[in-house]
Design a protein around this ligand. Sequence first.
Ligand code: TLP
Length: 342
Amino acid sequence: MIDLRSDTVTKPTVQMRRAMAEAEVGDDVYGEDPTVNLLQEKAAEIFDKEAALFVPTGSMGNQIAVKLHTKPGDEIIIEERGHIFNYEMGAPSALAGVMIRSVRSRNDNAMLTWDEIAAAVHVNLPYYACPTGLICLENTHNFGGGSVMSAEQTGEICCKAHELNLPVHLDGARIFNAAALGESVADLSKHCDSVQFCLSKGLGAPVGSMLLGKRDFINEARVWRKRLGGGMRQVGILAAAGLIALEESPKRLHVDHENARLLAGGVANLKGVSIDAERVQTNIVIFDVSETGKTSAEIVSQLKENEILAIPFGTAIRMVTHYDVSQQDIEKTLQILRNILK
Ligand code: TLP
């Protein structure tokens, strides 16, 4: 199988499995797991933040941040295609009691500008308005096609938000993919009040994400992680794979990006397929198939008959490259797509 459904499907490397087997462990609910502590220190150092917390999933990291930055009845502002809004089971309303003010960016890449955010902000409004409590950004932007927000753009939004006393949370599930274009993860998240990134996506660890921010914020996040049932015990076994992911995987993400560009360039030439291949910067390729005469579900099902997995979203198909996908796999995928759409 060539599995292009997501970069979450990667299997731990031999080096990760070895590190997991040999990991030193302790009870992390007591803060006594040396491998978890090391991972948290390393992550905080790399991001130049005061502290970090190992959480089981990106969704939990995001939702703890939403909970801590807001109070019930607040609104959070997020781009309409954002993960926190669309793919976290309604958690902002279920857990934090907040409303979502989704804003459709004029940019195809789903990156909001400060002007677009400002138009949706509610501060110092009459008694009937729902106050803005938080701004959520996403980098890379998953359903914006793996698009990247620069450190300058992020910094501008954060500074303007802070002038209004509004915090900014960055869903940086794939921030290392953004960093592969040249700016460091520390710069890309510099002015953000909190950032979450996933070890379990392109970085290839089997489980885990990190939430980062100021020390007091992370101390509170630890309480909420436990409250949500995310206090884990000898979890150094997972943190050991996370450490390898953090140290080794960022170096090779450019390969996934080259494969994604190869894929995007190839699908752009298929009849009826619509994609702006020039816009593919990282490891996510989303293309519209509405003019092909077949539905996205039909195409995905035919791909599956040929041992290729992808995900249909409305009239589009998403394919994600990762370290278990080679250049030959991309060439084979293109060949099969050509046959299907002939
Ligand atoms: N994304 C998954 C699906 O949930 C859609 C994927 O296959 O891309 N933020 C972003 C930007 C994400 O893409 C994801 C997962 C998460 C958060 C949540 O991470 P997990 O799955 O660890 O809760």
